[in-house]
Design a binder for this molecule. Structure first.
Ligand SMILES: Nc1ncnc2c1ncn2[C@@H]1O[C@H](COP(=O)(O)OP(=O)(O)OP(=O)(O)O)[C@@H](O)[C@H]1O
Ligand SMILES: [Mg+2]
Length: 296
């Protein structure tokens, strides 16, 4: 890999293989969407169920293509200070104290207080600077509020940031931007229009078994199959929190740590907390546990 340039897969199949090499099994739809995003330099919005690998795919992409992962975790009330940049007030104060009265008359010294030395980079500024050497993960965008979404819209369209005291910083080449959402609210059409879109659903049972085998070395294939089958039956119930791939993996790990190499009624009762995490769901599942475990 040459300095300043990152590897780029030549085909969808190559991308799929690279992700697999990083322990991530993407289906054709997801690989294609990511390949197009990489090739066109467009942001991609991944929406989907909880725990189906939306965040992980951005991490693995960064790892396998030697890019830096820059993550912006969204939450209610997030604002530009946390996302873009902040002035390091504490250091500015110290600097002011250190300057003598005479130097404070010096305009230059005062200007320097708002120079790069006192600028704290937050993820978005970091990503603009890193350009295509980075994957920018804007995680759980649905948790941020409308104003923040509007602000992101602007950033995603021109990839430049203006800091009044310093000037405009523009990305030479845009980073790969992966946005994720659990759809706790609808995103604005304008944001969606800027992005390519892919819905990440539950994997097919065959793929989920493969994911278990890749992610949990040492697990017997028969046990993996049994757990995946049980989890798929759980997903058919009307649960408030249906289990994702994350829960499947947790269930396997839980049984492993207990030295259980089979999923039977008793071991399922003992370990249900690894997959079902709502009181009402637990009641519903317990009633039917036998058929869930046995597949009857
Ligand atoms: N296709 C896959 N290949 C390999 N591992 C996967 C795959 N899908 C999910 N996983 C694993 O499942 C777990 C959950 O993934 P991740 O946290 O990325 O889900 P998410 O969709 O971001 O969930 P949330 O909505 O809760 O944020 C991780 O441990 C990840 O490694
Ligand atoms: Mg996530």
């Amino acid at each position: 890999m040459s300095e300043g340039r990152t590897d780029h897969p030549a085909t969808v199949a190559e991308l799929t293989d690279a992700l697999r090499g990083g322990g991530y099994l993407a289906d054709r739809g997801l690989s294609t969407a990511l390949f197009v995003a990489l090739s066109l330099g467009r942001p991609i919005l991944l929406e989907g169920e909880v725990g189906v690998g939306k965040t992980e795919v951005a991490k693995v992409l960064a790892a396998v293509f030697g890019r830096r992962l820059i993550r912006l975790q969204c939450y209610e009330g997030i604002d530009t200070n946390q996302a873009l940049y902040e002035w390091d007030y504490a250091r500015q104060m110290l600097q002011i104290r250190a300057l003598s009265e005479r130097q404070l008359d010096d305009e230059d010294a005062v200007d320097k207080l708002f120079g790069p030395k006192f600028l704290l980079e937050r993820p978005l500024l970091e990503a603009v600077r890193a350009g295509d050497r980075a994957v920018l993960l804007i995680d759980e965008i649905d948790r941020a509020d409308d104003e923040f979404e509007a602000f992101l819209l602007e950033l995603l369209s021109d990839f430049q940031i203006t800091i009044p005291e310093i000037g405009t910083i523009a990305a030479a080449t845009p980073p790969l931007v992966v946005l994720t959402s659990n759809r706790t609210r609808e995103l604005h059409d304008a944001l969606k229009r800027r992005c390519l879109y892919h819905w990440v659903g539950y994997p097919s049972p065959e793929r989920e078994v493969e994911i278990v085998l890749v992610r949990t070395p040492g697990v017997a294939e028969a046990l993996a199959r049994k757990i995946v089958a049980a989890v798929n039956r759980l997903r058919e119930l009307d649960l408030a929190k249906p289990p994702g791939v994350a829960e499947t993996l947790d269930w396997v790990a839980t049984l492993q740590v207990l030295g259980q190499d089979d999923l039977d009624l008793q071991s399922a009762v003992d370990t249900l907390g690894a997959v079902v995490k709502e009181r009402d769901d637990l009641d519903l599942v317990r009633e039917r546990l036998e058929e869930i475990v046995s597949g009857a």
